[in-house]
Design a protein around this ligand. Sequence first.
Ligand code: NAP
Length: 235
Amino acid sequence: MPVVLVTGASRGIGLEFARQYAAAGWRVIACCRNPGSAPELASLAAAADIRIAPLDVRDGDSVARLAESHAREAIDVLINNAGIMGALPFGENLQRQHLGSIDFDLWREVMDTNTLGTVRVTEALTESVANSELRRIVTLSSATGSIAESRREALAYTSSKAALNKAMTLIAEKLRSRGIIVSLLCPGYVKTRMNVGGATVEPADSVTAMRKLIAAQTLADSGSFRRYNGESIAW
Ligand SMILES: NC(=O)c1ccc[n+]([C@@H]2O[C@H](COP(=O)([O-])OP(=O)(O)OC[C@H]3O[C@@H](n4cnc5c(N)ncnc54)[C@H](OP(=O)(O)O)[C@@H]3O)[C@@H](O)[C@H]2O)c1
């Protein structure tokens, strides 16, 4: 059975990826920062083939420990899902990402999680993906990181995703000759804790659609940036 490793699987989209891949018979490595504080993941893991692994993507030692403990394991699909929008509740803290009242410590935290954290995990697990059959690295980005499409003034979050897009397209080129497909997906406006309200897409629907895209990918999709419904997103 193929193996999928999901970061940020304690809740939201990551938890749903774990749930759906496990239901499809995959072996799931579900990573989360605090396994003791992830009750939904714990009860899912008790009933399915899900191994929970501690991982804080901002902590180099934590990432290294994860990579070491899976060094001999092939990972067919790495899903870089862990990410933050900024301080919660987001609606009340949005001005900390607006010109005139920028909180640079917060911006650093968002970049460290969304951009550096994702690349940190990708670098550490590349060999495990290369040793697998399916060889896919999927990164949850956001259409709000598109310079061409989005005017959303959440400086920290949107710039972290724009930088992530750039980094992952370069990594896609670097890994192409090894047959590794590196893609960026926007899950839509999904009803998770990240959103204060107004989200329209159920996590189950978003993840079902993204799993279909991931399953159909070929090397021609490496370096692409798509919405969960398959539409290309302009950079
Ligand atoms: N929801 C949307 O509408 C939407 C739209 C576009 C893109 N996205 C992207 O989709 C991904 C998942 O978002 P979501 O909506 O499911 O958000 P969520 O419900 O807030 O879940 C975020 C997950 O990331 C984890 N995480 C945060 N910081 C971490 C760290 N330092 N190390 C490891 N894990 C960490 C959280 O773990 P803890 O429980 O430990 O905090 C949680 O499991 C994110 O990358 C997000 O940017 C979401």
